[in-house]
Design a protein around this ligand. Sequence first.
Ligand code: BMP
Length: 225
Amino acid sequence: MIGVSRIIVALDSERGDKLSLWLNLVDSLCGRVAGFKFGLPFLLQYGLDGLRASRLLCDNMFIADLKLADIAPIMVNTVSLISDYIDAIIAHGFTGFRGGLDRLKEYLDSISVKLIVVASMSHPGSMDVIDPSLDRIMDVILKVNPWGLVAPATRPEIISMLRSRGLKYKILSPGIGVQGAKPGDGLRSGADYEIIGRFITRAPNPIEVVDSINLEHSMILEGKN
Ligand code: BMP
């Protein structure tokens, strides 16, 4: 029996893609996944019109992946331009609390938009600066008290470590498919959602891929895998 999906599909358009390609994906996957993450390529290519058109097709969780890392007034101003169409926004944890994520979180609470903070990233370069600062980033996160965290399925020990701290935050894990982790690696380590892009969006049959990942996830959640 498949329960609620744990898949968040990353919609990262490529130059030249028609919007209709992505709208068809949103439409066909809407009932099968937990949500969609709209990255900068999509937002720059199709603008708020693309987001609005997607919203008309689907009422799942919509996440704007702007990876905000600025002073508070600019982050607040940025979010105010997009907040009508989204349920959550991603910001960087290294931005820090005072004059940064503190005010952003206050603003997001006031408009009922969720904050997701990047704790660690899925690419190897995360080990240069971000991961050695993870304890300090976690101190910021504890003060900010976001809805969710991003932590990499490519380094599942980080997800396990965050989960073992007994934190209540949702953990969203990218890095599955093209970046090397396997579907289920994030959930098995304690993540709540897996952010998956090209493995689904560039597959010949995205619905089939989503259905098989949902099945794998439900087996993991039932302790059968
Ligand atoms: P893909 O599954 O096609 O590799 O896409 C991964 C998605 O997750 C992209 O949208 C990327 O911006 C995002 N992401 C990531 O890959 N690693 C991170 O650490 C944080 C991310 O948001």
